[in-house]
Design a protein around this ligand. Structure first.
Ligand SMILES: NC(=O)c1ccc[n+]([C@@H]2O[C@H](COP(=O)([O-])OP(=O)(O)OC[C@H]3O[C@@H](n4cnc5c(N)ncnc54)[C@H](OP(=O)(O)O)[C@@H]3O)[C@@H](O)[C@H]2O)c1
Length: 341
């Protein structure tokens, strides 16, 4: 069997990152996991939580010893918060991020950065204008496993790239906010955005975008398939659905080798490389859930903020905006319109 050497991940120890005080905007599903991840790993400290209801903020804050705020503006004004983690539904990212920036706070905004490229550009512009940090919390690109993959890709170890193929489906029940047109429902911004983000991180900006969508009776998109074409001939074929679970794998093909992320590809996990001779090679990254991985992005943000940067190298503003430009074009072709557009 031929040898294939994997590079070591270059992600620094999160325990060494400068310790910042975090305010959680949105005591929901991801807000809870992010708080738990920071409590278990690394050097970051959650000090406060904000909600539209003081009662809900207090219910989240009390068992964790946090300060509670009954509005997102009040959280943004808290002098014991350095950086606000925006963990509200997609449609509220823009307003909550802007309020925090206007109050002088740095922001780490859950994916997607905004509901469209225009919102993302405005968040980035507002941060830059104030000399504050803003980044999209696309946690995958901050994981050690993604750093290994990125090195293989950028160092040409797969050969010249020919394709990215990915799927991401989860069964999201009718009670989930993804079924609400008012909250920019559908799989695109919850699940598909990972596929678009990684395909464009790997292959760049497509010059052709083709989408096929299927609407549900409630008017929300249920599934969406996309083909992206790139100037050098590479292609991306991506499929996302909220109608059922898929293996959630992502494969990057090059002329010399193909690399597949273990599913779910957006979580901590291993990599398999199949070289042109047909041999399989493993990088056995430990599989993990959100609590095992969300702290990596917080440590990277803290390092960038301490260095006075307005964005972070792993997820620059332009990368977040590019992914949303592609999403916008897919929506234009498939008739998906979000509130306020
Ligand atoms: N990185 C990941 O793996 C990951 C996973 C899941 C979700 N996310 C992202 O995180 C964001 C939040 O998702 P989630 O699943 O955590 O959401 P969620 O639990 O449904 O809601 C989060 C919180 O948002 C607040 N909120 C503010 N404005 C709202 C509005 N207009 N309608 C409803 N709730 C509102 C609610 O708190 P109050 O009502 O108390 O104000 C709620 O607790 C989404 O943008 C999503 O894409 C990321």
């Amino acid at each position: 069997m031929s040898a294939f050497e994997f590079p070591a991940p270059r992600v620094p120890d999160p325990a060494d990152a400068p310790s910042l005080r975090w305010g959680i905007a949105g005591p929901g599903w991801i807000g809870e996991r992010f708080t738990e991840s920071l409590a278990r790993h690394g050097s970051q400290r959650v000090t406060a939580v904000g909600s539209r209801s003081l009662g809900r903020a207090e219910a989240f804050a009390a068992p964790r010893g946090l300060r509670a705020h009954g509005s997102y503006e009040s959280l943004a004004a808290d002098p014991e918060v350095d950086v606000v983690y925006v963990a509200v539904p997609h449609t509220a990212h823009f307003e909550v991020a802007l309020a925090a920036l206007e109050a002088g706070k740095h922001v780490l905004v859950e994916k997607p950065f905004g509901i469209n490229a225009a919102e993302a550009e405005k968040i980035a512009g507002a941060a830059r204008a104030r000399g504050l940090f803003a980044a999209e919390a696309l946690w995958t690109v901050f994981l050690p496993s993604y750093d290994v993959a990125r090195q293989l890709i950028r160092e040409g170890r797969l050969g010249s790239l020919t394709a990215v193929m990915g799927d991401y489906g989860e069964y999201l029940p009718p009670s989930h906010r993804a079924h609400s047109p008012a909250l920019a429902g559908g799989p695109l911004l919850d699940l598909g955005i990972y596929l678009i983000a990684l395909a464009t991180d790997i292959l760049g900006e497509p010059d052709r975008v083709l989408g096929i969508g299927q609407a549900l009776p409630n008017g929300v998109n249920g599934q969406l398939s996309a083909m992206l074409g790139f100037s050098g001939g590479a292609q991306a074929t991506l499929a996302t659905t909220m109608l059922g679970y898929t293996p959630a794998q992502l494969t990057v093909l090059g002329a010399e080798a193909a690399m597949t992320f273990d599913g779910p590809f957006n979580s901590p996990g291993g990599l398999t490389v199949r070289t042109a001779d047909g041999e399989s090679h493993r990088w056995d990254g430990a599989p993990g859930d959100h609590v095992a991985g969300l702290h990596s992005q917080a440590a990277a943000a803290a390092r960038a903020i301490a260095a006075g940067q307005t964005e972070v190298a792993e997820r620059p503003h332009e990368a977040s905006i590019l992914a949303l430009r592609v999403a916008d074009e897919l929506r234009r072709q498939t008739g998906i319109v979000y509130p306020g557009e």
